[in-house]
Design a protein around this ligand. Structure first.
Ligand SMILES: C[S@@+](CC[C@H](N)C(=O)[O-])C[C@H]1O[C@@H](n2cnc3c(N)ncnc32)[C@H](O)[C@@H]1O
Length: 489
């Protein structure tokens, strides 16, 4: 196998929550389709790089089997080394091309993130052929791509950088590109136009990206963005149908029931939003589904990052506005059922709650009898779905698979412990990434299941703090790990 540019500059280690089989299952269920059980499935990732996306999934779902393939032998060697270090037997990595897959056994889920736009047309065909031929009919594939019209303008930057960093070894090209970006930025400093302001905004974001991103996005020979409608036509030619965008906030307009032509609507919105990236969920054409059905929520779980901003708990069960907040967003609710529902989810601090359990808890707060509880749960499903669509709620297909609080001998996620040895950012058991403060990082390394509180405390730095203060800080670090889905016990 020839050496690839990814052997020279390996891709950064990211995990992508929307590629997780649980998410693919949940979106499929929302649209009325039953995908294969995500807790016992076979998953293929095409272009898996060093396994940063697949390894946490393999730890999370021990009864499922994961296969990652990538053309870059160096990246696959590192992915295998990590799998060995983690002692994982349910994941395998192979250095091979998407156009020459060796595993013939069918898969339930196929993931291909950040590859389709960056490979030649024959490999793009092979990606979609794999989704059709290697995936079971009920399965779901995730394929992301750089989208138009957003990339029309970014191509200007790419063409500029290709001009200033001619072919040659990768790292010197990155250095040339960074220098060219700085010169361009300087030359725009006194330019008063809107175009210059836009370009400078893009340049300042690019200046923050890592070398791998800059090189593979802007200096590789292939980076073909396309319109959603053209991607969907390509998928259709392979017997596949576009189910939804993997990001439900992006998918929402086309998923609402009763919209005329969902694809035409989604494409129009891409024009108005100047969309530059999409992640499409594809299914076999024969198993296509309609839009999102609020009634499907009955089979799903929900979670939220939002917290109630108003102090008065009594305000939940009477008419009147109550505000919940997350990040820089406010959600103002008036309906008692909706307020109680968000309150119940907020108390769970991002842990998924089954819709039926949520409805039962709300009914208890509002004093509804069994029949009234069922009626209210069904009646409020469309409003709950709108909160999913605006990102206030996240959709799940099952309960949390991580500890709610630290046990007597806390055990931290194996992959996070491995990552914490060399990195400040680790993967959580929610399949997200999080930066570690010093104490959390220390605790993560100590929490291997062999230490009780006294032993954890002994491993904590002995400094000027009182022993009570140290014990408090130790407990706080454990709480932080639990709340951020980094403990299994
Ligand atoms: C932009 S990176 C994305 C990596 C990872 N999926 C992510 O998003 O972090 C593209 C990956 O596709 C791999 N790749 C490119 N062409 C390939 C091919 N023909 N067969 C298999 N892998 C390929 C590259 O080696 C690289 O690891």
């Amino acid at each position: 196998m020839t050496r690839t540019s990814y052997d020279e500059i390996p891709y950064a280690d990211y995990c992508f929550p929307r590629t997780h089989p649980e998410h693919l299952f949940a979106v499929s269920a929302l649209c009325g389709r039953t995908a294969p059980a995500f807790t016992r499935c076979r998953v293929l990732e095409l272009g898996c790089a060093r396994g940063a996306n697949l390894l946490p999934m393999a730890l999370d779902l021990p009864e499922s089997e994961f296969v990652g393939i990538d053309l870059s032998a160096a990246q696959i060697t590192e992915a295998r080394r990590r799998a060995d270090e983690l002692g994982l037997a349910n994941v395998s990595f192979r250095a091979e091309s998407i156009s020459a897959l060796s595993d013939d056994a069918p898969f339930d889920y196929v993931i291909c993130h950040g590859v389709y736009s960056w490979v030649p047309p024959a490999v793009r065909d092979a990606i979609l052929a794999a989704c059709r031929e290697r995936m079971r009919p009920a399965g779901v594939a995730y394929v992301s791509f750089n989208a138009l019209p957003g990339w029309n303008a970014l191509r200007t930057i790419r063409d500029f950088l290709l001009d200033h960093a001619p072919p040659g070894p990768a790292l010197p090209r990155v250095a040339l590109a960074r220098r060219a970006l700085a010169v361009l930025d300087e030359s725009l400093r006194t330019e008063p136009s809107h175009g210059a302001a836009w370009l400078r905004g893009e340049l300042s974001e690019l200046a923050l990206t890592d070398d791998a991103y800059l090189f593979h996005e802007y200096l590789e020979p292939v980076n073909d963005a396309l319109y959603l409608r053209d991607f969907v036509a390509h998928a259709q030619a392979h017997g596949l149908t576009h189910l939804a965008d993997a990001d439900l906030r992006v998918a929402a307009p086309a998923l609402r029931q009763g919209v005329g032509d969902p694809l035409a609507l989604a494409q129009s919105i891409d024009f108005t939003r100047n969309r530059r990236f999409r992640a499409s969920l594809l299914v076999h054409a024969e198993t296509a589904a309609g839009g999102a059905d609020p009634a499907s929520l009955a089979r799903l779980h929900l979670a939220t990052r939002a917290q109630r901003a108003d102090a008065d708990i009594a305000a939940l069960i009477v008419e009147g506005a109550v505000t919940f907040r997350y990040d820089d967003r406010s959600i103002v609710l008036r309906d008692p059922w909706m307020k109680c529902a968000l309150h119940v989810l907020a108390l769970e601090d991002r842990r998924p709650v089954a819709y039926a359990a949520l409805a039962a808890s709300v009914a208890a707060r509002l004093g509804l009898d069994h029949r009234a509880a069922l009626v209210a749960a069904a009646a409020h499903a469309p409003d709950v779905l709108e909160l999913v669509f605006d990102g206030s709620l996240t959709l799940h297909a099952g309960a949390a698979r991580y500890a709610e609080a630290a046990g007597l001998r806390p055990v931290a996620s194996r992959i996070a412990r491995m990552q914490a040895k060399t990195e400040d950012v680790v993967t959580t058991l929610r399949h997200t990434r999080i930066a570690l403060a010093d104490e959390a990082r220390m605790m993560l390394r100590l929490a291997d299941g062999t230490r009780d509180r006294a032993a954890l405390l002994a491993g904590f730095p002995h400094d000027a703090r009182s022993s009570a203060q140290r014990a408090g800080d130790c407990e706080e670090a454990l709480d932080w790990l639990a709340s951020n889905a980094l403990l299994t016990e």
